[in-house]
Design a protein around this ligand. Sequence first.
Ligand code: HEM
Length: 480
Amino acid sequence: MEIIAILLCISIIFLTLLWYYPLLKKHKKSQCFTKPKLPPGSMGWPYIGETPQLYSQDPNVFFASKQKRYGEIFKTHILGYPCVMLTSPEAARFVLVTHAHLFKPTYPKSKEKLIGPSALFFHQGNYHTQIRKLVQTSLSPETIRKLIPDIETEVKSCLESWVSDEKVINSFHEMKKFAFNIGIISLFGHLDNNYREKLKENYNIVDKGYNSFPTRIPGAAYTKALSARKRIREIISEIIVCKRKEQRLMEKDLLGHLLNYKDEKGQMLRDDQIADNVIGVLFAAQDTTASVLTWILKYLHDDQKLLEAVKSEQTAIYEANKRGKIPLTWGQTRNMPITYKVILESLRMASIISFTFREAVVDVEYKGYLIPKGWKVMPLFRNIHHNPEFYPAPQNFDPSRFENAPKPNTFMPFGNGVHSCPGNQLAKLNMLILIHHLVTQFRWEVVGYESGIQYSPFPVPLHGLPARFWRNEQTQEMLG
Ligand code: HEM
């Protein structure tokens, strides 16, 4: 009897252990997960962190060497902030798309002041969604297809102004002028020349101040930029008054959309909100488009065989349009496969927006690592675009790699998720139209060629790619 009782006790204990073991294991495991650790990496020196290392070398070399050492997620301390950097497509998607609500956009206050605090890219939530919808509508394919004749006029006038036997132009500076003028067209439609010149003059001062040290000392670039910004705000207010008076509100440019907007309570946008978003879009459109176009000039110049292929694709369209007498159609711009691949490969190769910044609004756990609340989070687009796993021989410029669609989340020149670029279609349309006229009617030579990159702040070829332009012989004959 005693033996049976002992055996029964043993089997009860055994069964109990058998039942609880997996639960204990699970508990132990979950105990590990409740205390996620910080990602690997180095925080550098007190206060300055690793900022000197970032600036003492090409920033992309800094990011790439960190990735090699620590893998897809690592911590560092730069520009006064603790940061977590992410180099995998999944991690970028986590921050920008699936868990975007846990990360807010973040910019230095000095930059926010220059652009204007109501510009959409500083916001999250309802206000952002509403303004973004207006911007997206005014930059949608249905709207921008109507801009083709204006873009063509602008392209032709720019290219003509570059032609000279003696004059060497700074390609990047000229591309900036072009991108600014297109920005004005998409924002205001047809704008009085006087306003356009005044905006340009003041915007150039803001542009200079944007990347300078943010001090309020009289005469400093940043102080001048703040004053110029005030003047831009006044000019935009005058334009708004004119537009309202002339009842041109139904026009489908961005200003018209912003002026027509009413929220669910019938509330309209204030003039300062409108001005901040106008300046914001101009700002987002100019240097980005200009840098990529400058890289395209370089890549085509460096690969004459590729240039011939692009030329032959564009010449067929040019001939069909009676040597440029008939304007380009939307359909034609949708059917330039070689040129389009050159644009995609230029966007990948140059990765002019190497990364973006967000800030964790709560403690976030990603793959067992802790991203503490308040830390900056940087998805590194360039590292993804230059990862040989996704793009074999990533340093080679090879548009044919885009014959197959890239793997999901491995191609993000325009970002991803709620803040991704609403101007991406317009940017690509500008590039297609500029390349069309450039290769069919002009030729160019890079002057004093030195390879290298400068940061202004986006990467551009050294010295802005000095170049000389000529009309090609056939066009010359035709005009003669
Ligand atoms: C090649 C040219 C361009 C590139 C590479 C580019 C790239 C980008 C990227 C990567 C972002 C997302 C930034 C982030 O997530 O933090 C962005 C946002 C934005 N871009 Fe572009 N962009 C270009 C041209 C343009 C143009 C032409 C416009 C307008 C006419 C424009 C307007 C904007 C705006 C308004 C945002 C903010 C969107 C938001 O916060 O919801 N961009 N751009």
